[in-house]
Design a protein around this ligand. Structure first.
Ligand code: SF4
Length: 421
């Protein structure tokens, strides 16, 4: 939203007559707020495919009230502007995914000297080697997730209800493209010279009915990528790890979230099964796969002690990479509505929700202030990435230069407004 609003505002100033339409997760979470931005003319709820199709059949001025799934600005005879949100439109059904969401216009993306060279893989995905980061592409093979964790807003893009209290957990569910279709997209990427690919699905390692044929297809077509995919620590199935590996998935991003089981169970509405995290990580790595573990500090039930448990677990697991987030009430997530109900202070600017921004403003917990959460998170990150055991692991697995790259990264200190007071 930071970039989108800056761009839209500049475009509107330059060409006021050109209509601007917003779509995406944030727009689906807060459609009326987005519609009220002065440079936005239309919003689309959910992925907006059918709404956009129907909107483009109008002249963008008349008959708008009949277009489902859009919001627009109605202008009364006296010139008063009134934002209107129409009845919602359906999302693309599973059986129409290949036809109605038919892939990516890779060839239309700008590039410098070869396709996809303006896009960079994550530093760790490129094995901490800056030279391996481009060309790079990211692809979704499915949309959505069957779970409804309090801190997560990804399912808001499935929204088909306009109610003001609707959050992401009300529209949980997954839709998949066919294995043949996705393998075809990957083949196009291989032909464009891409070797590093992110599978962006929120929950790739979940439903073997979908991932198994796709991974088999990748192997059959002999597509050779460096890929990574998401799993939750309790959805990893040992018998499929080797298939992942053979298909070129050499990093697994694992949502561990919290070291304390009670804290984890609370924010996942009990959907997290109690599993032996240490054992799962051991088995994944035994297959030669790297792990990027994800942790969140500052869940509502977190204390300084439970956050320390999370850090201790991270240090003990010592995975090849770790993401450490401060907990945010992202618009569209159940947590956003909990925070509003409880009167917790929320960021006033989009950048306040950004994990690494200067004005990052996480949630407080029941026991700890937002500033303490942020301080703990930043110190935990420093501790992890300067830990001699971690640096030794990076050097052993990736090399000396890569270790030096990580050390250079950890010398960059984040400036935080909340911690300056
Ligand atoms: S955090 Fe992960 S498991 Fe939970 S709802 Fe989001 S994508 Fe699904």
């Amino acid at each position: 939203m930071i970039g989108a609003t800056a761009l839209a505002s500049a475009l509107k100033q330059e060409s006021p007559a050109i209509p601007i339409c917003f779509v995406g997760s944030h727009t689906s979470a807060l459609p009326m707020e987005v519609l009220q931005l002065p440079f936005v003319d239309f919003v689309l709820l959910n992925e907006g495919v059918y709404a956009l199709h129907d909107l483009l059949r109008t002249d963008l001025r008349s008959g708008l009230h009949a277009v489902r799934g859009i919001g627009y600005k109605s202008v009364a005879a006296d010139g008063a502007v009134c934002p209107v949100l129409n009845e919602p439109q359906r999302v693309v059904p599973q059986e129409r995914m290949d036809e109605d969401l038919p892939g990516y216009a890779w060839d239309l993306l700008p590039y410098r000297s070869r396709p996809l060279d303006l896009y960079r893989a994550h530093f760790w995905h490129a094995e901490f080697d800056h030279n391996k980061r481009t060309p790079f592409a990211a692809i979704y093979t499915s949309l959505g997730c069957p779970f409804g964790c309090d801190f997560c807003m990804i399912n808001i893009v499935n929204r088909v209800n306009n109610g003001s209290e609707v959050d992401a957990s009300h529209s949980r569910g997954m839709r998949f493209w066919s294995a043949r279709f996705i393998a075809g997209e990957l083949e196009k990427l291989a032909q464009l010279g891409v070797e590093t690919v992110r599978i962006s699905d929120e929950m790739f390692f979940l439903n073997r009915k979908y991932y198994e044929p796709l991974l088999q297809e990748i192997i059959k077509r002999d597509l050779r990528f460096r890929m990574w995919a998401y799993a939750r620590v309790d959805t990893v199935r040992e018998e499929y790890i080797s298939l992942f590996r053979r298909a070129g998935i050499n990093w697994l991003a694992v949502g561990i979230e919290a070291g304390n089981q009670q804290v984890r169970r609370e924010v996942s509405k009990g959907s997290f099964q109690d599993v032996d995290i240490r054992d799962i990580c051991r088995r994944v790595r035994a297959e030669g796969m790297n792990i990027i573990s994800n942790y969140i500090f500052g869940f509502p039930d977190d204390t300084l002690d439970t956050m320390q448990e999370t850090l201790d677990l991270a240090l003990e697991l010592n995975t090849e990479m770790a993401n450490m987030y401060p907990c945010q009430a992202l618009p569209g997530s159940p947590m956003y509505f909990i925070a509003k109900r409880l009167g917790w202070s929320l960021p006033v600017a989009y950048s306040g929700y950004a994990f690494f921004s200067y004005d990052c403003q996480p949630l407080p917990t029941k026991y700890v202030s937002a500033a303490e959460v942020l301080r703990f998170r930043d110190q935990a990150w420093q501790r992890y990435f300067t830990n001699p055991a971690y640096l030794a692991l990076v050097e052993r697995k990736f090399g000396e230069v890569q270790r030096a790259n990580v050390e250079a990264m950890s010398r960059i200190k984040l400036r935080r407004k909340l911690l300056e007071a």
